[in-house]
Design a protein around this ligand. Structure first.
Ligand code: HEC
Length: 146
């Protein structure tokens, strides 16, 4: 090549685009698929304040250490694992209740399974609670206004 500067410019331009592409934040994609039959399973437990309160209790024991009390995933664990922000309505908008139930029961990626640690009704309570996280402002604790 008689034009080394041109070659270099082209090379640098291509490198720039490759790097820019690689460092672009990847959009959230679905993880390992949830079976269709599980995703279609209707939630038999109504999202009542009682159900949400039950779910919150289990969440406090089994989930908050990773996902944070507000569900925003700002925990120590988040330094090691990529924790989704459950308080962001966009994160779970494509998940049915059945899919959430399946994910909680069987685990997902780096998330441990709840398995048979709790009864199915309690898992549905948890689903109802997780849904409620995205509806409320991030601060789950009622604040005393001053
Ligand atoms: C050890 C930390 C840890 C614990 C404990 C944990 N999770 Fe997770 N959770 C994760 C991680 C990491 C992900 C991202 C999933 C992945 O890596 O595929 C996740 C993902 C999720 C998702 C999003 C799933 C999706 O793809 O739509 C929900 C909902 C969720 N967790 C709820 C819970 C609930 C409810 C509990 C308590 C039963 C819980 N998690 C316990 C770490 C945890």
């Amino acid at each position: 090549m008689r034009e080394p500067t041109l070659a270099l410019t082209v090379f640098l331009l291509i490198s720039f685009f490759v790097v820019a592409q690689a460092t672009k934040p990847t959009p959230r994609t679905a993880y390992s698929p949830v079976p269709v039959t599980a995703a279609r399973e209707p939630n038999p437990v109504k999202s009542t304040p009682e159900s949400i309160a039950q779910g919150k209790k289990i969440y406090g024991y089994d989930c908050a250490q990773c996902h944070g009390t507000a569900g925003d995933g700002k925990t120590e664990v988040a330094k090691e694992l990529k924790i989704p922000d459950l308080s962001d309505p966009a994160v779970l908008k494509d998940r049915t209740d059945g899919a959430l139930f399946y994910i909680l029961k069987n685990g997902h990626g780096n998330m441990p399974r709840e398995g048979d640690r709790v009864k199915p009704e309690q898992l549905w309570d948890l689903v109802n609670y997780v849904r409620s996280l995205a509806r409320k402002p991030p601060s789950a604790e009622p604040k005393v206004s001053n």
